[in-house]
Ligand binder design. Sequence first.
Ligand SMILES: Cc1cc2nc3c(=O)[nH]c(=O)nc-3n(C[C@H](O)[C@H](O)[C@H](O)COP(=O)(O)OP(=O)(O)OC[C@H]3O[C@@H](n4cnc5c(N)ncnc54)[C@H](O)[C@@H]3O)c2cc1C
Length: 471
Amino acid sequence: MTTQIERPIGVTLADAAAFESLARSFQGELVRPGDPSYDQRRKVWNGSIDRHPAVIARCAGVSDVVGALAFARRTGLALAIRGGGHSFPGLSVCDDGVVIDLGLMNEIEVDAGAGTVRAKAGVLLGELDRATQAFRLAVPTGSVTHTGLAGLTLGGGIGWLMRKYGLTIDSLLSVEVVTADGEVVQASETVNPDLFWGVRGGGGNFGIVTEFEFRLHPVGPTVLSGLLLWPLDDAPEVVRFYRDWADSAPDDLTTALVLRRAPAVDLVPKSLHGKPIVAVACCWAGSLDRGESVLEPMRRFGSRVVDLVAPRAFIEHQAMLDPSFPPGNWVYSKAADLRTLSDDVLGILLDYAARLASPHSGITAWQLGGSVARVGELETPFGSRQSAYVVDMYGVTDSADGFEQERDWARDCWTALAPHHAGVYVNWLMEEGERRVREAYGEQRYARLQAVKRRYDPENVFRLNQNIRPA
Ligand SMILES: Cc1cc2nc3c(=O)[nH]c(=O)nc-3n(C[C@H](O)[C@H](O)[C@H](O)COP(=O)(O)OP(=O)(O)OC[C@H]3O[C@@H](n4cnc5c(N)ncnc54)[C@H](O)[C@@H]3O)c2cc1C
């Protein structure tokens, strides 16, 4: 790839030598203000984030990552690391600094015999599913296919297979990491175990992960999954029935309760278009016959208006929520863990669901438990093992119009739930400050993360993240 050597904005003349030296050895692409692809490359999933980096280093491999990191350190420019660009608060892009973009590093190598897969840090969830499902295997990841594997894994990774096979980090076997001083190291249970502990939930605080190795699990290729819808008027009975049904469900089933306005699509009766509804989303990853009988009571409950539950390819199921979360929308999200879906909690959620204004905003409560809860609380930094639900309230518009109102709705709903908060999933935080990051981990895990940070990044080079301060 040819690279015309020009100084990026923000780099002083003295630093220009550093940039020239980076450009000479860089194998990927260096994108700067004024380049035709600059505006496309600086965009992240959340349309409300509009930042202008000095240079976007689209790395082709580990040596590019090492080079771009050295450049950022030498110039003292701000440094952001980008996997899939789906951080809610846009932490993978910065003004006037260097973005190390891993998107070109997207090789996947499945070893079906060994039951493992290696994925580079630019892989998206849908790409991993496609590669592994060719062998009827899967890694438990998240629920929207264009999310980055890197950021999701580094925070924990909740999704449709978690009650059966655990979080994404529970299947992580090893990582390759470029540390703050530019060293390329491996980490696993036996090699640099402190670093391996840290990356299983501690985010990008300890270095740039360039490759992940996961254990694979048998999945599908067909699962029993889909959405069930009721009008919001029926919600008080539906949500209570859902709670008890989900509580007693086997681990093969993972569910989520969704409150939003019904989309104007043919599958939904016209009378409900644009009206608040309650939905139960589910994925049964066991034998289909057993799944039919486990799901039946929920499917038959009350005056359900839509039943989209059916046997479908796991890959198709994984894309089910994609249309609801397109890139470019303006998003403000607030999240909290809940110990239980008590009547009080359900009352608050339904009250705020009735006030939903935007057709894109909503509330999703993901059911945890099962395999997630069976891993010891200190075995990984992930702080939500014993929570029953993680709930996310997202205020969303398709432009700046009406965004403040949606943001206030999400904040107000979160505040109303405050007496019931029981922690928060770190990947669902906005930029909410150190207190909230500590809350996500709890004091014991946070102190241990600080010790790992002190060892691998004492100068806090990696700070555009849910930052853990070196002890
Ligand atoms: C539409 C949507 C759906 C989602 N669904 C789920 C879900 O089902 N389950 C779930 O658990 N979460 C979900 N999330 C949250 C998601 O896990 C986080 O937003 C996650 O950070 C996204 O990862 P990314 O690589 O795309 O993000 P990025 O914005 O690229 O990165 C996020 C953070 O990780 C850091 N980072 C990224 N890559 C690396 C790396 N290789 N090394 C070191 N640091 C790195 C970045 O610097 C940044 O701080 C969802 C988010 C969105 C927007």
